[in-house]
Design a protein around this ligand. Structure first.
Ligand code: HEC
Ligand code: HEC
Length: 251
């Protein structure tokens, strides 16, 4: 449903008329999976029916495949992903010293592809990049999200928090208006989740394919001059302690 702002106009009375709740209390953090129908929950829970597993399996093949002028596979350097990549997704994004900016997991994978394999970087949202990212993130499934504490990330994360709380548009809604104050309430046909990025890349029924968190955010950010990676850092901080689900399924 994430043509949010137009839809918000329909739900505006429902949202703006309500005295805001206190936000998410300690211990109240809940993954988006808890707000889904039992049918969609079942789709995610069973690896045989979870369509996102096809990307994980494709990622497993790509992991083994020699690429680029270096003619080396990810596995050539990183060996068994279940050992070397376990926990990595749970602490991303990281600080990239080369660009002095945050880098997300897909960006990190692409930098290995360009610099270590000496291959053309994979296009954002390409099946190959989503597959590799899903495969690497899947190695952290069930682990608690523990965002990096690197102090160099702090200014970016603070900017993300500010963006999350900024009210914009005619309705003066912020991300927080819905996801901190009105989570659990109905908006049109959907229940408003807390917006925790626990399952990315994930399979969205609305897309009928797998997509990244960046893709998920794109529709939300109409009118927000947002640095999406900063927002991602803030979302991950809010989700601290929730378990990685990749590949999740969402409506
Ligand atoms: C030639 C060796 C080499 C190849 C091939 C390679 N990497 Fe890497 N990769 C490294 C090294 C070395 C590091 C850590 C040092 C650094 O930051 O560059 C790293 C870091 C990473 C990280 C970050 C780990 C962390 O703890 O933050 C990820 C994720 C990653 N690689 C994924 C991949 C994937 C996926 C591929 C295949 C597309 C790949 N790498 C190919 C050498 C390689
Ligand atoms: C008007 C209310 C509203 C606003 C404002 C809003 N969202 Fe959402 N958001 C939703 C609803 C409803 C869903 C679930 C949609 C569905 O299930 O189809 C959602 C879903 C999400 C998800 C997916 C969570 C998951 O489980 O994968 C993320 C992430 C998210 N929003 C982030 C944001 C960010 C960041 C902003 C601000 C830039 C924002 N949202 C603004 C209502 C809102």
């Amino acid at each position: 449903m994430h043509a949010l702002w137009p839809l918000a106009a329909v739900g505006a009375a429902a949202i703006c008329g309500i005295v805001s709740a206190a936000g998410i209390e300690d211990g109240e953090e809940r993954s988006g999976v808890d707000f889904m129908t039992p049918e969609t929950q079942a789709l995610q829970a069973d690896d045989m029916s979870n369509p996102g597993m096809l990307w994980v399996l494709q990622g497993e093949q790509l992991w083994q495949q020699a690429e680029g002028r270096a003619d080396v596979a990810c596995a050539g350097c990183h060996d068994d992903a279940s050992q070397t990549m376990r926990g990595v997704a749970a602490r991303y994004s990281a600080f990239d010293a080369a660009t002095e900016r945050p880098i997300d997991l897909a960006g990190r994978i692409n930098s290995c592809r360009a610099e270590r394999q000496q291959a053309e970087p994979l296009a954002p949202e390409s099946d190959a990049l989503l597959a590799l990212t899903a495969y690497v993130a899947h190695q952290s499934r069930g682990m608690p999200i523990t965002p990096a504490t690197d102090a160099r990330l702090a200014p970016f994360r603070d900017n993300g928090r500010r963006l999350f709380q900024s009210r914009i548009g005619q309705l003066e809604l912020s991300c927080a208006s819905c996801h901190d104050d009105d989570w659990g309430k109905r908006l049109g046909g959907s229940v408003i989740p807390q917006a925790h990025p626990t399952g990315y890349p994930l399979f969205r029924l609305e897309w009928q394919t797998v997509g990244s968190l960046q893709r998920r955010l794109r529709n939300c950010m109409i009118g927000v001059r947002a640095e999406p990676l900063d927002l991602e850092l803030h979302l991950t901080e809010r989700a601290r302690g929730l378990l990685v689900e990749t590949p999740a399924v969402r409506p």
